[in-house]
Write a new protein. Structure first.
Length: 704
């Protein structure tokens, strides 16, 4: 309260206060102040309590309340009284501490119900321990609480908070405008609704079945013990769970996680992902990628794009634990993938049970067994196996053979050292085994012969040191004393050649055996045989494909291939510039030249130069075409030549006449287009206008 000043505090004119000591804690009841009293015209002293200064500083003369009239101080000693119009507010002062306490009281003025509290117009608390707070709030159940305009707590141990909130059954809690909660349920949100032991959180959230939980705008939980979280989500089945906007789990024991996913009425299903649709009971579907059957535990990963990997397992940096482990029901690891990506499997229980095997053929796969220091890995197929050990590979297949899918080649052998691929064994084809060294064949074996494809070195012995011939029947040895290759016939060593002459003769001991075979390698490119002079110039050769390549002659009669002892009987190859010529020599007076211009005969014989060995026939003419063998000319007999086409005889001629074995077609002209008769004397034509045959006498055409 402000107090108006009655006195003007002044310092007497003859009093110097500058040098006085300051009293920082004046006692207003005993201390005085010197003032000038204008009405008396002189100085006076005034007790500080009588100044009415209110402790000094600013003050109010008027207090303005929200309603009613404003109290105003009428004098410096006027008192402001603080009171309450009812017992809900008590004002208590303390002169010792100079404090004023405002105590808000909620005690029901009607003390009929113990421990009740009421605050607000028309609020009622009509049961023991009830609390009503808010205009029109009603708490009629024991220990119930109603907070909010027209909120209702009508059953024991219920709580209703919010406009029109209603907790009507024991244990219910309703929070939010229009929220409704029944027995032991909780509803939080505008117009939310929770049934027995259920929870509904969110605007229009509804949990209408026992123990249901609804969280989110317009969430609807109709299934007992079901849970729905997300706007417009629905969990309509027993124990259902829906998480996400518009998620729907209508069937019992179904879980749906993801916006717009709907499991339909299917039961015991799990859908996780956006926009999924249920298709069966017990279905598992995660993002349309991981699918399975919950009842059997089967899971399938499906790629959603042809270029996508369905499952990738990625290790951490410096991964030490396995990337994958597969265990049995006792947590024993059956198979794993190491941090480095190695596939690891346990040892086989025996030598015939593969640990890596085909799904449809359990006896086909890989067996790994043994003990430390004696391990082996086996390839098992159809009850037979091939074992790979530290000592090498062992064949248990019962076949006694090792088979290869391909034949190999001299440059890529199928059996050899891993660091020397062109040295080892390979196959030249069916029934043909070969030994290659450095990509060059050394030995060749077939069903009909064996041969040495390279220079073959034999054991070397001095004459007196040759082994016993009877022990080495069929063997070769080199006698370093006589410089000879010797052969053992079982009784003695016989020289085959040598002796410094280097002459070698290959003699067959069996009439059906070929004494010498030169066999090329697979895809042979070098010549099979070269004939050289003393300066190593190749004179003639047998090429890799078996073609005989004779020398080129110095003239047209210098034969490259000739009959033994006959220099003018054979074949000469001659080159003049870019023109190659082949000459058949048939004695000293006959030669036939084949060039790019055709065949020329230089025979001095007076008989025809080109003669057929037989007369031929209409179907096999003696002269024909390579691509039309039944068309050409032949002879029907002595002094006769005939033409045939397609195996059918046509025109022919003898020494006395010409003839046609088929109808003869005449040249056809219209009457006005007949050729000049003088140019075709003796000729006949067909007049197509008059349909007659006409003959030229050299001047005109006459009808025959």
């Amino acid at each position: 309260m402000a107090v108006a000043n009655k006195h003007k505090v002044l310092s007497p004119s003859n009093l110097n206060i500058i040098g006085l000591v300051e009293d920082v804690t004046p006692d207003t009841a005993t201390d005085y102040l010197a003032i000038y009293d204008a009405s008396a015209g002189g100085n006076k002293r005034v007790l500080l309590d009588n100044l009415g200064l209110g402790g000094g500083g600013n003050s109010f003369t008027t207090i303005q309340p929200d309603s009613g009239t404003a109290p105003v101080a009428d004098s410096s000693s006027d008192t402001l009284t603080l009171t309450s119009s009812d017992s809900s507010l008590t004002v208590e002062g303390d002169s010792t501490t100079d404090e004023v306490d405002f105590l808000v009281r909620y005690s029901n003025p009607n003390a009929s119900y113990a421990n009740t509290e009421i605050f607000g117009a028309s609020a009622t608390a009509t049961a023991i321990g009830a609390t009503a707070f808010g205009n029109g709030a009603t708490a009629s159940g024991g220990n119930g609480t109603a907070i909010g305009l027209n909120s209702i707590s009508s059953a024991s141990n219920t709580t209703a908070i919010g406009f029109n909130a209603d907790a009507t059954v024991a244990g219910g809690t309703a929070v939010g405008a229009g929220a409704t909660a029944v027995q032991n349920s909780t509803a939080l949100g505008i117009n939310s609704n929770a049934t027995t032991s259920a929870v509904a959180i969110g605007y229009l959230g509804t949990a209408s079945s026992t123990l249901g939980i609804a969280m989110g705008y317009n969430t609807n939980i109709a299934g007992s013990r079901a849970v729905g979280i997300g706007a417009n989500s629905t969990a309509g089945g027993l124990n259902g769970l829906s998480l996400g906007y518009n998620a729907d789990s209508t069937g019992a024991n179904t879980i749906v996680v993801g916006a717009d996913s709907d499991a339909g009425a299917y039961t015991d299903a799990i859908l996780i992902g956006e926009g999924l649709t249920g298709t069966a009971n017990n279905e598992l579907n995660i993002g349309d990628t991981i699918k399975g059957d919950i009842s059997t535990g089967a899971i399938n990963l499906e790629s959603q794009a042809v270029g996508s990997v369905p499952l990738t397992i990625t290790g951490e940096t410096s991964q030490t634990a396995n990337l994958l482990e597969i265990e049995d029901d006792s947590s024993t690891t059956l198979m794993s993938v190491s941090p480095e990506g190695y596939v690891e499997v346990p040892l086989s229980s025996n030598n015939s049970t593969p640990v890596l095997r085909r799904i449809d053929a359990p006896d086909q796969g890989i067996v790994m067994t043994g003990t430390t220091g004696n391990r082996d890995t086996r390839i098992y197929s159809d009850s037979f196996s091939y074992a790979f050990t530290k000592l090498g590979m062992i064949n248990y297949a019962g076949q006694g053979t090792y088979k290869c899918n391909g034949f190999g080649s001299s440059s890529a052998t199928i059996l050899g050292h891993r660091s020397d691929a062109d040295t080892g064994v390979y196959f030249g084809g069916a029934d043909d085994v070969r030994l290659s060294a450095g990509g060059v064949d050394s030995f060749i074996g077939t069903t009909t012969y064996s041969s040495v494809a390279k220079i073959f070195g034999v054991g070397q012995y001095a004459t007196g040191s040759l082994p016993t011939a009877s022990s080495y029947e069929g063997y070769l040895a080199y006698d370093t004393t006589t410089d000879e290759v010797k052969f053992s016939d079982g009784s003695a060593w016989t020289a085959l050649g040598g002796g410094g002459t280097e002459d070698i003769t290959f003699t067959s001991s069996i009439a059906s055996t070929i004494p010498l075979t030169l066999q090329g390698s697979t895809s042979q490119t070098g010549n099979l045989l070269d004939f050289e002079n003393d300066s190593a110039t190749v004179l003639s050769a047998v090429l890799s494909d078996g073609t005989i390549s004779p020398r080129i002659g110095s003239s047209q009669t210098d034969a490259g291939i000739m009959a033994l002892g006959e220099s003018n009987l054979g074949i000469a190859f001659y080159q003049t510039g870019s023109n190659g010529q082949t000459h058949i020599l048939a004695g000293s007076t006959a030669r036939y030249d084949f060039t790019k211009n055709g065949l020329t005969s230089y025979s001095a014989d007076t008989q025809p130069h080109f003669k057929a060995g037989s007369r031929g026939a209409n179907t096999i003419p003696m002269f024909s075409f390579s691509n039309d063998k039944d068309t050409g000319f032949y002879s029907e007999g002595a002094d006769d030549v005939s033409f045939t086409a397609g195996g059918v005889q046509g025109i022919g001629q003898t020494s006395t006449k010409g003839y046609s074995a088929l109808p003869f077609e005449l040249a056809s002209y219209a009457t006005g287009s007949l050729p000049t008769a003088s140019s075709f004397e003796g000729s006949i034509v067909y007049d197509s206008t008059t349909q007659t045959i006409k003959w030229s006498d050299g001047t005109s055409w006459a009808t025959i």
